[in-house]
Design a binder for this molecule. Structure first.
Ligand code: ATP
Length: 436
């Protein structure tokens, strides 16, 4: 495909002025060093789609690390990471933006004589090793050509047609994680796989190329999938393409899981409206639903292998072992607020929201809302000091008595400090009589 010439300067101008200024400054710094510089990848894709993206991947035809240091100095920022072996670095700007800087990686793809000019060939080879045409676009940043869209592989046309296409026939074999990336982009943008891309993908899956992917990379892909807004649709695609078995032979995404997952966006809005302090880790809800078909032991061993944190593994254990019991309690006709509080107090927000989703029951939702907004915030006004004032020596009865007052207060029976103190006094007397 011959390279098309488009200029996206006008689209760039619509960005926040700070970011626009930053990109043109990067171009000027490269001008002074007589280097060609480009912004590439996801930023360019999303710019054309009109989607906000602050991933600034800068590619320079020269030494990436040296250029990163130069950028840091000129932009009064700092180099926060350097990878000598890859020739890449990360610069944090004064305004808190991050720039990933790399050199064109021409050395891996040398094909002497095939490319007409050195400047374009370096970049072209860098872009050719990327995953899909829509991610192989670049924009030149040097002043003279600022905003020039570099499109060797028809990426712009594919973006406009809504197609995900690989750049060469061995792409999925070279790097099977591209299978997961393709399904992520298909769902995120509501695009389609190009016909040949689809066939090559199915072929690669049949060849079991995914078996060769390290668990670390698989885990990374899974997390990226679960963090997408369209996670449920992507999981359905993983099921359809028979990809879940590469994580675990028993893993599946059934119509039932899919139906429960369709409640997650609603639950997310519900939590937002509660205006509580914690942030809901939505991706963990998808994970909890995904591992549902596994036994506790299977789920635990899978998540341990995938190096999913212990904190999340504990949530899976809860879901598999105690959710039914908690749901039964919340559905009981005469349940007391103190019982609800004691049953829910050790649960994370994700576990609570999970209960709401699987219960499909408004009573459960109302109880959990009441717990989050009221019950868990209830504090006693009386303390151990009051017990000492009432003439008792510190001991095990303190905890027991305060617990009893709290139960009464949770049940709405003690409104004032005096009421708490009176009840405390009565309770301590009873305790003493029992002891005698
Ligand atoms: P996202 O919006 O999900 O962050 P992205 O395209 O910006 O998408 P990154 O993972 O940050 O994704 O990758 C940046 C760029 O690096 C991509 O646009 C693509 O050009 C290239 N890339 C990433 N992963 C691969 C891969 N497995 N094979 C080839 N190129 C890749």
């Amino acid at each position: 495909v011959s390279q098309q010439t488009f200029n996206v300067k006008n689209i760039l101008k619509k960005m926040e002025s700070e970011e626009y200024k930053l990109l043109s400054e990067i171009g000027k710094i490269a001008d002074n060093l007589e280097l060609d510089v480009y912004i590439v990848g996801g930023f360019v894709r999303d710019l054309i789609l009109g989607v906000e993206n602050f991933d600034f991947d800068i590619v320079v035809e020269g030494n990436g690390i040296k250029f990163a240091r130069e950028l840091a100095e000129e932009l009064e920022g700092e180099v926060i990471e350097e990878h000598q072996e890859f020739g890449t670095a990360c610069v944090a700007t004064r305004l808190g933006l991050k720039l990933d800087v790399a050199s064109c990686r021409v050395e891996y793809y040398q094909s002497p004589g095939a490319l007409p000019e050195v400047e374009a060939s370096d970049l072209k080879q860098d872009l050719f090793r990327r995953d899909f045409t829509l991610n192989a676009l670049a924009i030149k940043l040097n002043s003279e050509r600022f905003g020039k869209l570099i499109d060797f592989f028809g990426g712009k046309e594919d973006l406009e047609a809504g197609l995900i296409r690989i750049l060469h026939n061995f792409s999925f074999i070279d790097d099977p994680t591209r299978i997961f990336r393709a399904l992520r982009f298909v769902n995120r943008y509501d695009f389609e796989l190009g016909q040949i891309t689809r066939e090559l993908m199915e072929h690669a899956i049949d060849q079991k190329v995914v078996e060769g992917v390290s668990l670390g990379r698989l885990s990374n892909e899974l997390e990226l999938i679960l963090k997408e807004e369209t996670a449920a649709e992507i999981l359905s695609d993983l099921e359809e393409f028979d990809l879940l078995k590469f994580f675990h032979p028993q893993l599946s995404w059934t119509a039932k899981q899919s139906k429960l997952a369709s409640e997650i966006p609603w639950a997310e809005r519900w939590v937002e409206e509660l205006e509580i302090e914690e942030e809901l880790a939505v991706w963990q809800l998808y994970l909890l639903l995904l591992v549902n078909p596994l036994s506790v032991a299977e789920a635990k061993s899978l998540l341990t292998e995938l190096k999913i944190s212990n904190d999340i593994i504990a949530k899976v254990e809860f879901i598999k072992e105690s959710d039914k019991e908690k749901l039964e309690l919340l559905r009981e006709f005469n349940v007391q607020p103190s019982e609800v509080y004691n049953s829910l107090k050790s649960l994370s927000l994700e576990e609570l929201v999970y209960l709401v989703i699987v219960s499909e029951n408004t009573e459960v939702k109302d109880w959990i809302e009441f717990y989050l907004l009221e019950l868990r915030r209830i504090e006693l006004q009386v303390t151990g000091k009051d017990i000492i004032e009432l003439g008792y020596e510190p001991g095990p009865c303190f905890e027991k008595a305060l617990q009893a007052v709290k139960t009464k207060k949770l049940n709405g029976e003690l409104e004032t400090y005096e009421a708490e103190r009176n009840y405390l006094e009565k309770y301590l007397i009873c305790l003493k009589e029992e002891d005698n």
